[in-house]
Design a protein around this ligand. Sequence first.
Ligand code: PRP
Length: 218
Amino acid sequence: MDYITVALPKGKLFQRSVELLDKVGYSADNVTEDSRKLVISNEDSKVRFIITKTVDLPTYVEYGAADIGIIGKDVLLEERKDVYELLDLKYGRCRLMLAVPEQMQRPRLTDYAHLRVATKYPNCAQEYFRSLGIQTEIIKLNGSIELGPMVGLSELIVDIVETGRTLKENKLVEVDSIYTATARLIANRVSFKLKFDRLDKLVRDLRKVLDEEEEQCK
Ligand code: PRP
């Protein structure tokens, strides 16, 4: 009860999240992505870290296995877990977009109706096409989405773009942007009430660090 358990996602957000939390006193020895230890505790500051697969992180927080976590808004929108979103951490900026192979580009979005779409984000993709009134077949994949059109699994992809490198390397072009996402601090609903003082301080401290960093960049 006196510990704060923090879930960190493996992958692109990991390093920056560890560095940011360290600046507000949330740190422990050997918090690395490839750590064999799945739970890393700091007895002095009463913080415990768990390192999870990105897509599972909101589940750990929703069930209270972790009090808080850092995760992309894209995963939150897709997974739709019942958690509090406490703070936009502003890093890890990326976009969810609709892309097609260069030679498949068509003049209007409605021209893509009745095609197959490979994606890691079936809920977001479904909602997007529904809002446009376009019927498509959504094919759920867990990674390497770009492969879909290359091997004839799908004609379209809905995926995250960050630098645009993956799109370019696979000769895909973006035809529509669905939303922009950044990293968020999330909390378990019960933990937020029971551990309010510490979590409220954490949010204020993080906000201060982010503001200072932004000021330095000006
Ligand atoms: C994500 C995404 C793209 C890539 C985009 O994949 O699915 O493939 O990053 O980044 P870029 O615009 O900077 O090239 P991730 O690296 O998470 O791996 P995955 O394809 O196995 O899901």
